[in-house]
Design a protein around this ligand. Structure first.
Ligand code: FE2
Length: 432
């Protein structure tokens, strides 16, 4: 007897028409046809059923603040940082919580149930950390929210950067962040990487740094991050976010760098939407894409996962909490449109992100958490192409969100009455 059976599901690995039996909030069976009954049945009607999306890089303290107190006129990263600095003194805990919760609601409807958010620790008041720690608790029943202590204005460059970051960790923020390319000098950047890795090692925490988010090919803090990761015994627990300078680096240097990153088991987090929007801003033509070397890093065995980074904030006026939109952009910017490429890209917003975030019990295996998404698409390729509706979002074996299929009505003589971009049948949930 199961609590829930999802029938006729296609799986991300290509298996078709499987039933998934769920008991006690966990996946208990994946079989061609489960004979048993269940309290509830979801008929996936040959649609893709995937583990939930995971966003390993987001800024929940800034999300949905677009236009406050003004718009980013130049559209650059640096004006975005300056604009956030104008907004920061105006932030209240209540408003931060309200915006974050609104975003989490949106995320759930998109099947996004795991989020790692950076929390700006530059302001010693730490209203941001207080608010997001509260949000983390509030959303815990439906979203696992990880928080990174992020010295946006520089660990050494901001007047209270060092003390504030430590205090945020004391408050319960569980990951050590950094921004070495924004420190005053390359030397300060390298020193910050060392100091922050030391803190992580001392406290037994993971590291996730904004690293080399610049077009400057000489911004090589990732090299230092890889070296300090090995030195402090942090292998596999360190993420390098953005790494956009790698796009512009000399190829010979990169041929040395990537094996060093692989040795340190660095988790790589490009943010395709933001990278294509913010990088190359000082170029005329040709204009660089700015995203790091996704194909080459994957080929070298590095764990690459994509982040959304921003939704309607000082840096990015777009975004919808949809990791398929992130992956869609990645396919284009990385020029990875082959069938195998697309599988790898889908992994980058699911299993790879889960690995980056150190999630336990994630996935489509017996004994894994019954956190699942039924998409209005037959397979991974179709999901990436259509960014389809999330028909059912399931958390611990319970349906927590539902969206009707997207179907267009037609009023053309001699044509069918409706058209669906994927296939025109509709999954049903039956209550017993
Ligand atoms: Fe970021």
């Amino acid at each position: 007897m199961f609590d829930l059976i999802i029938r006729n599901a296609n799986l991300p690995d290509g298996r078709e028409g499987f039933d998934i039996g769920i008991a006690g909030g966990k996946i208990a069976a994946i079989e061609k046809s489960i004979a048993a009954t269940a309290g509830e049945t979801v008929d996936a009607t040959g649609r893709l059923v995937s583990p939930p999306f995971c966003d390993p890089h987001f800024h929940m303290d800034a999300t949905l603040s677009l236009g406050m107190p003004r718009m980013n006129v130049s559209g650059t990263l640096l004006e975005g940082i300056a604009l956030w600095g104008e907004l920061r003194p105006l932030l209240t805990k209540e408003a931060l919580i309200e915006r974050a919760l609104r975003y989490c609601d949106l995320a759930v409807t998109q099947g996004l149930l795991y989020i790692r958010s950076h929390v700006d620790t530059s302001d010693p008041q730490l209203v941001t950390a207080e608010a997001l720690l509260e949000v983390k608790e509030k959303v815990a029943p439906y979203i696992e929210l990880q928080l990174v202590a992020f010295p946006q204005d520089g660990y050494y460059r901001a007047p209270d950067g060092v003390a504030s970051l430590e205090r945020a960790l004391d408050m319960g923020v569980g990951i050590v962040g950094g921004i070495p390319h924004f420190e005053r000098t390359m030397e300060d950047g390298a020193r910050s990487v060392e100091a922050l890795c030391r803190i992580a090692a001392d406290r037994g925490l993971p590291v996730d740094m904004h690293c080399d988010e610049t077009d400057d090919p000489m911004s090589r803090h990732i090299e230092t991050l890889a070296a300090q990761t090995v030195r402090f015994g942090l292998k596999g627990r360190v993420a390098g976010s953005h790494l956009t300078s790698m796009h512009s680096m000399d190829n010979y240097y990169v041929s040395k760098l990537i094996p060093l990153m692989a040795e340190a088991e660095i988790n790589v987090i490009p943010n395709p939407l933001i990278n294509i929007m913010l990088q190359g801003r000082h170029d005329t033509y040709p204009k660089r894409r700015g995203m790091t070397r996704v194909r080459e890093l994957m080929a070298a065995g590095l764990n690459v996962s994509f982040g959304h980074d921003c939704v309607m904030d000082p840096w990015y006026s777009m975004g919808s909490g949809d990791m398929l939109e992130v992956a869609h952009m990645a396919i284009h910017v990385a020029q990875m449109a082959g069938i195998e490429d697309k599988r790898k890209i889908f992994d980058a917003i699911t299993v790879n992100s889960a690995k980056t975030m150190g999630l336990e019990g994630y996935g489509l295996g017996i004994g894994c958490k019954a956190d699942l998404v039924v998409l209005q698409a037959a397979d991974v390729t179709e999901a990436l192409r259509l960014k389809p509706n999330r028909l059912f979002v399931i958390k611990a074996g319970k349906v927590i969100a539902r969206t009707a299929p997207r179907v267009g009505e037609l009023f053309l003589a001699g044509r069918p009455a409706s058209v669906e971009m994927a296939r025109d049948y509709v999954p049903q949930v039956q209550q017993r």
